[in-house]
Write a protein of this length. Sequence first.
Length: 126
Amino acid sequence: MEQSLKVLIIEDDLILTLSLELMLKKLNVTQITKVNTGEKALESVKSNQPDLMLVDIHLGKGITGIETVKTIQERNDIPALYITGNSDTYNKKLADDTRFIDYLVKPITFKELQNALDKYSIKTDE
């Protein structure tokens, strides 16, 4: 795994955020920024310029994860990895309008995250 990978976690559940952070660190990702709203994510992208976003689709109050990704991708070519508690086709269809490498349903395992990041590595090597 590329150690210089910069990942932005956009997740409103603190426990899940910490779990994702631990998994990423186990994969040698050290540059991790965490935000808990779409609005904070929009601000964070300006200063941090992540390579990849791990995004929860439902972020509580404010804009959704998918809306956040659409807004960010209008200006920056940053792919998303969606992590959601919903496996419904409605949200999957909405996500299809964005550039994403995978759509994982919670709870996700270390292996699922590793496989998704491997897909990202393959796409960036092409």
